[in-house]
Design a protein around this ligand. Structure first.
Ligand code: COA
Ligand code: NAP
Length: 259
């Protein structure tokens, strides 16, 4: 256990599994008190117990990020237990592959509501509970925000919006000493997102297109979140940090021919 975030309170929305749970463990392993939130009471309690088993002072809250009053109650509960929030991660998301022609309006809306409106809700409802100045807010976005992808019209539209929520709030809340950034993960191994979107049969081909030739680890995203929330990033706001093995750069498979 380290102590880089000792005395800090970190709140992670969408943290019953995957990348966001790894972020919670990262901050917890550096001494932070951690609150994790997701829809499923059973899953979030298991996640919180896993944190406590790892020696982290943590608790879980069952709440849907589409439920604004529920988020207000979650922040009030956090204030009562741990005081003001120093670091807030908004990472709840839903995704599935679906051609637009087979996607109902409600399917499109569902992903917009979880990813985009959910991020606005998580950030907007937190404002009175942030430890200002100095608070660090981080949205978890994706490459879909800037690269159009087939069967991903809902996620592309939602994550493009998440990038703009990040930048607009960075502008509005910077004068209060609140920094707002986003992390754009590339393909991260052993995650629900990859299970839903990537064909394991094509793994070698997908890795061969990446400049760094491999999938990332969940801890790579946790490390980036801790960097953005540290003093080393105290002059960084409104940025979308790609932690993606070069995915954003495009297809790097041709490089292999020249080497
Ligand atoms: N293809 C097409 N449409 C789909 C779909 C799929 N694979 N999965 C769900 N939908 C549609 C549903 O049919 C419904 O539309 P309809 O009312 O017109 O029939 C709409 O999406 C909402 O589905 P519902 O199951 O009620 O939504 P939910 O809020 O309970 O769950 C999801 C949200 C659909 C995103 C669900 O997959 C989820 O909970 N995901 C979280 C985990 C995840 O996606 N992790 C990866 C993060 S990158
Ligand atoms: P994951 O394990 O499915 O994580 C999603 C989390 O969000 C779960 O804990 C889920 O818990 C929660 N959640 C979903 N809908 C919610 C809602 N309405 N309200 C509250 N919580 C909700 O997926 P992941 O692959 O690790 O992805 C995490 C984040 O990284 C997402 O923002 C995703 O877009 C981003 N990302 C992932 C990759 C990748 O390679 N995996 C790449 C780029 C970006 P419950 O089911 O308990 O609610």
């Amino acid at each position: 256990m380290g102590d880089r975030f000792a005395g800090k309170t970190v709140f992670v929305a969408g943290a019953s599994s995957g990348i966001n749970l790894a972020i919670a463990h990262g901050f917890g392993s550096e001494g932070a008190k951690v609150v994790v939130l997701s829809r499923s009471a059973e899953k979030i309690e298991a996640a919180a117990q896993g944190l406590r088993d790892a020696g982290v002072d943590a608790f879980g809250i069952a709440c849907d990020v589409r439920d604004y009053p529920g988020l207000e109650a979650a922040y009030a509960q956090t204030a009562e237990r741990y005081g003001k929030i120093d670091v807030l991660i908004s990472g709840a998301a839903g995704n599935f592959l679906a051609p637009a022609i087979k996607m109902s309006a409600n399917a499109f809306k569902t992903v917009i509501d979880i990813d985009l409106l959910g991020t606005f809700n998580v950030f907007r409802a937190s404002f009175d509970h942030l430890n200002k100045p100095g608070a660090s807010l981080i949205a978890i976005t994706a490459g879909q925000a800037v690269h159009p992808m087939s069967f991903q019209v809902h996620a592309c539209a939602a994550k493009a919006g998440v990038n703009m929520v990040t930048k607009c709030l960075a502008l509005e809340w910077g004068p209060a000493g609140v920094r707002v950034n986003a992390i754009s993960p590339g393909p991260i191994a052993d995650t629900e997102g990859m299970a839903r979107l990537a064909d394991p049969v094509r793994e070698k081909q997908i890795k061969g297109r990446l400049a760094l030739r491999d999938y990332g680890q969940k801890t790579d995203i946790a490390d980036a979140a801790m960097y953005l929330s540290s003093d080393a990033a105290k002059y960084v706001t409104g940025t979308i940090l790609n932690v993606d093995g070069g995915s954003d750069l495009g297809d790097a498979s041709a490089n292999a021919l020249a080497q």
